[in-house]
Design a protein. Structure first.
Length: 398
């Protein structure tokens, strides 16, 4: 098969999840000629940016870097929705259910107060009075982030991609071809200067660019196995949607907020747009291949989520499952993002490691990457460096 004519761009962004979509959007806003490439399409069901909803919260324990990033991202999501007349955010509130001995929740409260984010602290009587549908077993107090809520994930990413295309980004649904078994796409396309000249796609396109941004989520360790195979670990994550009783509004927003109980490793979202009440366990699952992994939820996973429902939303403990999802996290060793140059190629950037909490930060990641590609060294964050990523997991960011 003959390679199709070469196309040249300022920047080629590979991966149209939330990080890649916002990166392409921001680079185009800065005047760059950009191509955005994704093997399965923007926010497809294999991607970590797929599914219908994601939480956007400001609380991150003592990690003020992510609190400030989430605050900026919320502003940008709202501005984007208003500018493009897209419903991408629901302000449900974010309820932190805290235990008596709960240092993460206490540190979250301190950080929110220091940054100036509005929240209410509630005792158990106040929680029960406001949200009687929530079970309070082992709960001692709670915090309500008033302005946080839910992003409509797939809809939001696809809207960002449409906006980028309208501004002049070229979009290709195509897959980058590996150089061979265990070989990254850059190993066969370099020149003596340590720069990447072009990549080839499954449909025989040869894409040339001054800069390449690989924002491929769980595909990063497949594209760069030697460099990232042990630094980013995709894991299998199950999500369940339950149907509330007919005519019962207690489990829809605004009557039910989004909630998190980190000590129980669980979170839930109210029924939005008739999708059902979403509940999942926030614990890293087994290794998972985003291309070939089985996406049928397990009986064991459902049993654990039902036990969670019995404690936190007892009226739904026997509710019917109306939808399930199997997605993946792509975990760095500690949960920090990876945003850094490839060590061997000065014009190749690696962007990923959402680690189960990254979706909300898409706008600020896009700003950050665009600034780096455009030559700014201001505000470089050492925690995002490749050098900070170990090969063994010790999760510190939640």
């Amino acid at each position: 098969m003959q390679t199709k004519p070469n196309r040249t761009y300022d920047v080629a962004v590979i991966g149209a999840g939330v990080f890649g979509a916002w990166t392409a959007h921001e680079l185009r806003r800065s005047g760059r000629q950009v191509v955005l490439i994704d093997a399965y399409g923007a926010a497809n069901s294999r991607s970590s940016s797929g599914d219908e909803s994601r939480i956007i919260r400001m609380g991150y324990g003592a990690d003020e870097i992510y609190t400030r990033s989430a605050l900026r991202s919320l502003q940008l999501w709202k501005e984007f929705g208003a500018e493009h007349n897209e419903q991408v955010f629901h302000q449900t509130g974010m309820l932190w259910l805290a235990h008596e001995d709960d240092p993460y929740a206490r540190k979250t409260k301190e950080t929110l107060a220091r940054v100036g984010i509005r929240f209410e602290e509630l005792n158990t009587n106040e929680i029960a009075g406001r949200y009687p549908q929530i079970g309070l077993e082992d709960i001692a107090w709670a915090m309500l982030e008033l302005e946080s809520g839910v992003l409509l994930a797939r809809r939001a990413v696809q809207a960002v991609v449409r906006a980028a295309i309208a501004k002049g980004v070229e979009f290709l649904q195509d897959a980058v071809v590996l150089g061979g078994p265990g070989v990254s796409p850059v190993d066969h396309a370099q020149d003596a200067r340590g720069t990447l000249e072009s990549i080839t796609t499954m449909n025989s396109r040869r894409i040339s660019a001054a800069t390449f941004v690989f924002a491929c989520g769980p595909w990063l360790p497949k594209l760069f196995p030697e460099l990232l195979g042990e630094r980013i670990q995709p894991t299998r994550q199950e999500v369940y949607y339950f149907g509330a009783p007919a005519g019962d509004s207690r489990f829809s927003s605004p009557e039910l907020p989004t909630w998190i109980n980190f000590k129980d490793e669980a979170f839930g979202l109210p029924d939005i747009d008739g999708q059902g009440v979403k509940v999942a366990i926030d614990r890293h699952g087994p290794p998972f291949d985003p291309d070939t992994g089985d996406r049928v939820a397990s009986a064991e996973g459902l049993a654990e989520v039902r036990r969670c429902l019995a404690r936190r939303l007892p009226a739904l403990k026997d509710a019917p499952v109306i939808e399930t999802r199997v997605c993946q996290y792509e975990n760095t060793s500690n949960g920090d993002f990876l945003i850094d140059r490839h060590p061997d190629f000065e014009n190749v950037w690696l962007v990923g490691g959402g680690s189960g909490h990254g979706f909300k930060h898409g706008p600020t990641v896009g700003e950050y990457v665009a600034a780096r590609v455009n030559g700014s060294n201001e505000g470089i964050e050492p925690r995002f460096s490749l050098a900070s990523k170990a090969r063994q997991e010790r999760r510190t960011v939640y």
